[in-house]
Design a protein around this ligand. Structure first.
Ligand SMILES: Cc1cc2nc3c(=O)[nH]c(=O)nc-3n(C[C@H](O)[C@H](O)[C@H](O)COP(=O)(O)OP(=O)(O)OC[C@H]3O[C@@H](n4cnc5c(N)ncnc54)[C@H](O)[C@@H]3O)c2cc1C
Length: 426
């Protein structure tokens, strides 16, 4: 019995391991178009390899944005603790950091891949590098084989673990969606997720490199309806916004910015509260104190206690555009003007023009419709012997190790199911 796995990323490698663990007589092959396995794993956690999260597995579901319920069987079948145990047993010692993120003690993502490779070698899994699957063949509603750039392979089971569209330089170029569509399986629209937001305001360029800490954001449409609220840190980059709160926000709003359906698209604005810890009265008192300290200065030069230096010229020019004379002496600033300052501190806004592209996105939102896949086995409901696992599925999570865990868990379930069916049949 042959099991072929397309893609040697987190999902594909774990599928191969689970298949061989369950059925040592199965011939398990990974077909990988790159010359190495797990190219994407190398860049997770900024190269330090964030393989999962240490939270209780029951807490995982709220960290998935799309179709969390689909993951029940997969996540309980092969948990974060199982991932850690498997990696540790094969030489990758782990540690827990901020936000319960789990990393290799070595601080190198390659420790994860080395550990998986070590175990796969022990299990006798065959790996075909630089081999690209072009087509999956079916007969009578069943998988019968694969076609690659190196010829055809007969196959009894095929697991599609090709990843999505994010970071195509790692090999994830959306091939799995073509395989799914060929098999009559629905694929939902895909969007870049966990990605930067681009904005219309040209003054954003003056803020490049600045990090704002402990701010809150509220993303609203043009009617004032709120779509995302968060508290934390954000960064300014070339033509937009990044950093933890923005990356998380992108997972919720990407569809409103990128949908091909004009009725779903929305004009969104990010409202940044620069001082969320203070109420209006406390802010006003703070301004009075600062203006007293800078009593011989103009208003434009009176914010150095309150705001980062790089933000002050942009903040004051926005104040000016709201009719405030920023050259006025602080001693002459009246209550009405202070109110305008407070309002701008509360609502420093940017109109969102879009998201970054798939080239720079951490994950893909959308993909192989979970309605066409059994959550208990990862097998397609339309073609027997065809399984899907990992980012190719219409499931995505927030940062923190949840996407890697999803790939490992769905991969493990697909591999185990594919091999278990073999045992039942023989
Ligand atoms: C910059 C970055 C940072 C990230 N950081 C984190 C993090 O810290 N924590 C976290 O949980 N997640 C993180 N992720 C997301 C996580 O890495 C992915 O969700 C996960 O690795 C997906 O695994 P996968 O096996 O489903 O797909 P992939 O890793 O994309 O693997 C798919 C494999 O299939 C191969 N392939 C594709 N088509 C074919 C074909 N036709 N024939 C043969 N081979 C094919 C590809 O070459 C590739 O090796 C990050 C992603 C990026 C881009």
């Amino acid at each position: 019995m042959n099991i072929y796995i397309i893609g040697g990323g987190a999902a594909g490698m774990m599928a191969a391991i689970a298949a061989k663990e369950v059925n040592e007589n199965a011939e398990v092959h990974i077909i990988e178009k790159n010359d190495k396995l797990g190219k994407k794993i190398f860049i997770t956690g900024k190269g330090r390899g964030n393989m999962t999260n240490a939270q209780d597995i029951n807490e995982f579901f709220k960290n998935y944005v799309t179709n969390p319920r689909f993951l029940y069987s997969a996540l309980y079948d092969f948990t974060n603790l199982d991932v850690i145990k498997l990696l540790e047993n094969n030489g990758c010692k782990t540690k827990i950091e901020r936000g319960d993120r789990v990393f290799p003690v070595s601080d190198h993502a390659y420790s994860i891949t080395d550990s998986l490779k070590h175990y796969m070698k022990k299990l006798g899994i065959q790996i075909h590098y630089k081999t690209e699957v072009r087509k999956i063949n079916y007969k009578g509603g069943k998988v019968i084989g694969l076609e690659t750039n190196h010829g055809k392979y007969p196959a009894d089971r095929v697991i599609v673990a090709t990843g999505g569209l994010a970071y195509p330089s790692t090999g994830s170029t959306g091939d799995g969606y073509i395989f799914a569509k060929d098999a009559g399986i629905n694929v939902t629209e895909t969007y870049p997720s966990l990605v930067c937001l681009t904005v219309h305001e040209p003054d954003v360029y003056r803020l490049k490199g600045l990090t704002l800490k402990n701010i809150s954001i509220n993303i609203c449409d043009d009617k004032g309806k709120s779509f995302y609220k968060d508290f934390g840190d954000m960064d300014f980059i070339d033509e937009g916004l990044r950093g933890p709160v923005i990356i998380s926000a992108s997972a919720i709003i990407t569809k409103y910015l990128n949908s091909s359906d004009p009725t779903l698209r929305k004009e969104l604005t990010v409202h940044i509260n620069l001082k969320p810890a203070l109420n209006d009265q406390q802010l006003d008192e703070r301004l009075l104190r600062d203006f007293h300290e800078f009593r011989n200065k103009e208003l434009r030069n009176a914010f150095s206690n309150l705001l980062p230096a790089q933000l002050i010229p942009v903040f004051t020019s926005r104040l000016e555009s709201k009719g405030v004379d920023i050259n006025k002496k602080t001693t002459e600033v009246d209550k009405e003007t202070r109110k305008k300052v407070v309002t701008l501190l509360r609502d420093f806004e940017f109109n969102i023009s879009g998201t970054g592209s798939f080239k720079e996105a951490i994950v893909t939102q959308g993909g192989v419709s979970v309605k066409d896949i059994s959550p208990k086995t990862m097998e397609s409901k339309k073609i027997s012997g065809l399984y899907f696992a990992g980012e190719v599925l219409d499931v995505d999570g927030y940062t923190g190790g949840f996407n890697m865990q999803m790939a490992f868990s769905t991969g493990h379930l697909a591999g185990r199911s594919a091999a278990e069916e073999d045992i039942e049949m023989s």
